[in-house]
Design a protein around this ligand. Sequence first.
Ligand SMILES: N[C@@H](CCC(=O)N[C@@H](CS)C(=O)NCC(=O)O)C(=O)O
Length: 216
Amino acid sequence: MSDLPRLWSFAASPFAGKARVAFAEKGIEYELLEVHPAKRPPRLKELNPLGRVPVLEVEGALPMRESSVICDYLEETCPEPALWPADPAARAWARAWAKYVDDGIAVNFFLGMRKLAFGRDADDPEDITERLHVIVPRQYPRLEDALGVHDGPWLCGEQFTYADVAGMAAAVRIPQWAPQLAPDPAERPRVAAWMDALRARPSAAAIEAKGTPVEA
Ligand SMILES: N[C@@H](CCC(=O)N[C@@H](CS)C(=O)NCC(=O)O)C(=O)O
């Protein structure tokens, strides 16, 4: 086993994807481990009692979970390039939009896809995917306004931040998996341009990254 940080992940996970994009943006070398979402190895549960990815293992340190926490750890241990604004008020703006994108877009879009791929829970309504997916475009008007504050290209203007990293998985996967949910460039030009710009970054490739399989 190498001394590189180890990221537990699976390719379709938006939150593991967020961590993978952060590693790519920082240019940090790491080892990527791939778990099967339906067959999670016991070691993952040891590292994260919730059994969720992403989890970051660093030699000699306690395991780290929660994508935003992992991003903060990367920021603190590898400050360049900075992915949070230096100004505290701008940083607060970025943090709030990162959370909005996580909760409003990523959770609803990817949970809807997961229900489609792995089936509904017993108490889910039959149209659970549609119910989750209808929430995604409802976020676009607010995002359109937010992107207008600095006039793009990113949520904090010229600086690419974790608020943008949070949108990368959806920007890559929506056109592949549910193109009907993509923003209409005529109606939401800034959101459409933002997603185009996200997909054009080299770190977008990290959304497709699959690691070394870990058997359950
Ligand atoms: N808030 C967490 C969410 C993590 C999360 O929901 N991970 C999903 C994959 S995207 C997962 O492993 N879910 C499995 C489960 O809930 O059982 C984060 O940001 O890391």
